[in-house]
Design a protein around this ligand. Structure first.
Ligand code: ZN
Length: 289
C-alpha cells in the first residue's frame, strides 16, 4: 500500500502547455504504484497561480475517483485581512465535502504572521493538518522564516492542537545546522551537520510532521545517506510519503522519491514496520482514512 499525501492537478502556467487533469494523475499513480493520493489546491494564493487548481477543482476531480483521491482545501490567510477572521464558513463546507487537510499553504508571509496563526488555529479546531511550503527570500513562493526557524517554532507553540506537515526548500535546508546562505531556498548538498532546526523541532514538538515530497524532500533525505536513514528511522511516526509531481510528462519517468522508498525496502535498509508507517500508515492515522 502506498499513499501520496502531496499531489496536484491543474494547468501549469505560464506556458499552459501541460494540463494535469485527473486522468493523468490516475495514470501516474498506476504507473508508480500509488494506491491513493491527496490532491492539494494552490491557486487560492496569488503566489500559487503557477498552477490553475483551486479547492472547487480539486473536490470535483476527487469526486470522480473517490476510492483513489482525497481532497485538501485551501484558504488564504489574508482573506478578510483581520487577525480574528472567522474561516468557519469555509471549513464547515470543505469538511462536509470531504476535505481532509489544509494545503498546500504557500502565501509569501512570515510563518508566524498573525493572520496565519489565526488560520492554523482554526484548521486545528477542524482536525485538519496544515501542509505548508516554505521558501525564504524575496522571490518565489512559500512561507518565510529566519535561520533556525524561530517563526515556525513560535507557531508550533502557539497552535499545539494543529498538526503541521513541513515541506519545501527552506524547511528542508534546515535539516542541517550548516545552511549555506545562497542555497537556503534551494538544494544544499553534502553531509548534514548535526543540530539542524528540523530534527530539533520534530523531536521537541509532537505537532510537527513532514512529507518526503519534491526535490527538496528527496534531496534532504538522500544528500547524506547515513544521516537520511537515521532521520527516517527516528521520525518514522511523523514522516509521510509524498511526491509533489505536477507535470503530465512525469508519468513516464518514475519520481526519485518513489524509487528511493522502493530501494529502502528492496535492500532492507529500514524495517518493514518503519517503511509501512512512512508509506501509508502515518497518512491513514493523520487523516483518519
Ligand atoms: Zn506541492
Amino acid at each position: 500500500m502506498l499513499i501520496d499525501i502531496h499531489s496536484h492537478i491543474g494547468r501549469i502556467l505560464p506556458d499552459r502547455k501541460e494540463f494535469m487533469d485527473v486522468t493523468n494523475l490516475i495514470n501516474k499513480m498506476d504507473a508508480w504504484g500509488i494506491d491513493k493520493a491527496c490532491v492539494l489546491p494552490v491557486s487560492e494564493h496569488p503566489e500559487g497561480a503557477y498552477l490553475e487548481a483551486d479547492t472547487e477543482d480539486v473536490i470535483a476531480a476527487c469526486a470522480r475517483y473517490p476510492d483513489r483521491l482525497i481532497p485538501f482545501c485551501l484558504i488564504d490567510p489574508r482573506y478578510g485581512n483581520r487577525p480574528d477572521m472567522d474561516f468557519g464558513h469555509l471549513f464547515d463546507e470543505y469538511k462536509a465535502r470531504g476535505c481532509k487537510g489544509l494545503g498546500e499553504l504557500l502565501p509569501k508571509l512570515d510563518f508566524d504572521d498573525i493572520r496565519c496563526l489565526n488560520l492554523y488555529r482554526q484548521a486545528g479546531k477542524y482536525g485538519m493538518p496544515v501542509l505548508f511550503d516554505m521558501q525564504d527570500g524575496p522571490y518565489g513562493y512559500g512561507l518565510c522564516d529566519s535561520y533556525g526557524l524561530p517563526r515556525l517554532e513560535r507557531a508550533l507553540r502557539a497552535c499545539p492542537d494543529t498538526i503541521f506537515v513541513g515541506h519545501g526548500p527552506t524547511f528542508w535546508a534546515e535539516i542541517s545546522s550548516d545552511v549555506p546562505e545562497q542555497k537556503r531556498s534551494g538544494y544544499p548538498d553534502g553531509p548534514v551537520h548535526q543540530g539542524g532546526a528540523v530534527p530539533r523541532l520534530m523531536r521537541q514538538y509532537p505537532n510537527l510532521w513532514a512529507d518526503t515530497s519534491a526535490g527538496s524532500g528527496y534531496n534532504a533525505l538522500t544528500r547524506d545517506k547515513s544521516f537520511g536513514l537515521a532521520f527516517v528511522d527516528e521520525f518514522q511516526d511523523k514522516l509521510i510519503f509524498g511526491t509533489d509531481s505536477c507535470r503530465r510528462s512525469d508519468v513516464d519517468i518514475i519520481a526519485p522519491v518513489v524509487a528511493w522508498l522502493a530501494e529502502l525496502r528492496t535492500n532492507r535498509l529500514l524495517s518493514d514496520d518503519a517503511l509501512d508507517k512512512v508509506a501509508f500508515q502515518n497518512a491513514r492515522r493523520l487523516l483518519n482514512l
